[in-house]
Design a protein around this ligand. Structure first.
Ligand code: IMP
Length: 200
């Protein structure tokens, strides 16, 4: 029987990425967007952790969907040690609403001014929450790196131009999607989710 996962995101790229990963793992799972069940309800991300916020979104969608489905949501962001873990769960709106990557990067650079190399450790973190049919699981992935003093690279999104992963000589804004898919926080969380489904 094919299991359906409703993804708590209208982002077509995330849906495609998830379906491709599940297909490659040989799993009989179909991913559908919230538009198939009347749209993503308004969910306030009031949690103080990625776990809490991903669960809020997954439960929010489950509450409006069929009982036999699974519901998956993600939450991610960057944690900078010298800023006591900020921006963390407010990464998307760090410089205030509306969300703007350039303003967020400027704010982080300003706050990190004068922080020497060696004290610029940070990481991207992603948590996937899967709920439904009595299940409530979270899968976490991280990618460790350092925050640069200035932007490098034109690709990617968010904090990518400032993030130099420990496993590469290039920032997330300089590497291709293939390389990012090997080391990213999101890819690592996804691998854990797939392993969990496989071993069920
Ligand atoms: P969300 O998971 O879509 O809510 O993303 C949260 C925010 O974290 C994004 O808006 C970005 O600012 C940041 N973020 C999460 N993952 C990445 C990444 O892979 N690259 C750059 N920024 C990211």
């Amino acid at each position: 029987m094919t299991q359906i996962i409703y993804l708590a995101s209208g982002n077509a790229h995330k849906l495609h990425e998830l379906q491709t990963a599940l297909d490659s793992a040989g799993l009989s799972v179909t991913v559908l967007g919230p538009n198939k069940i009347g749209g993503m309800p308004e969910v306030e991300e009031t949690g103080s952790t990625f776990e809490a916020n991903s669960l809020l979104k997954a439960h929010g969608l489950r509450d409006v969907g069929p009982a036999d489905g699974w519901y998956l949501a993600d939450d991610s962001g960057i944690e900078i040690d010298a800023l006591d873990g900020r921006p963390g769960v407010i990464s998307a709106r760090y410089a205030g609403e509306p969300c703007d990557d350039e303003r967020n990067n400027d704010k982080v650079l300003q706050e990190m001014e004068g922080v020497p190399d060696g004290q610029r450790a940070c990481r991207f973190r992603c948590v996937l929450a899967l709920v439904g049919q009595g299940i409530e699981e979270t899968f976490s992935g991280a990618c460790e790196g350092v925050l640069l003093h200035e932007r490098k690279g034109d690709g990617g999104f968010g904090y990518d131009p400032l993030f130099l992963p420990n496993e590469s000589e290039h920032t997330f804004a300089e590497i291709g999607l293939d390389e990012k898919a090997k080391i990213s926080h999101r890819a690592r969380a996804l691998t854990k989710l797939i392993d969990w489904i496989k071993n069920r």
